[in-house]
Write a protein of this length. Structure first.
Length: 105
């Protein structure tokens, strides 16, 4: 390994892998299927340039594995520290992890 590679690894801040992803849970309005998806906080967020403070947005379109094929659109808004601030779901509703695990076991 050359000197520049070692120096780069030393100077690059290490992030916790658990902080990299945000898991979202939704329930389909049509069939009631519960669906889980992950948002990569390092790569899937787009900066939102409206307003004076830094924020990020992300949009996911999800579809279950059942026979319904209803598309569920989720729009997420994050603050400058990539913490979830707002969640808007179309075609379904946001649910908690506990409710998702109750169905899947």
């Amino acid at each position: 390994m050359n000197f520049l590679t070692k120096l780069s690894r030393f100077l690059t801040p290490r992030r916790n892998q658990a902080e990299r992803f945000k898991t979202i849970y939704v329930k389909c309005n049509r069939c009631g299927e519960k669906i889980r998806a992950r948002v990569d906080l390092w790569n899937e967020l787009s900066p939102d340039y409206e307003g004076n403070t830094l924020s990020y947005i992300s949009r996911k379109v999800m579809m279950g594995a059942g026979h319904c094929f209803q598309q569920i659109e989720v729009q997420l808004r994050f603050d400058g520290n990539r913490r979830l601030v707002d969640e808007d779901v179309t075609g379904g509703e946001a649910i908690e992890k506990k409710e998702f695990e109750a169905q899947t076991g």
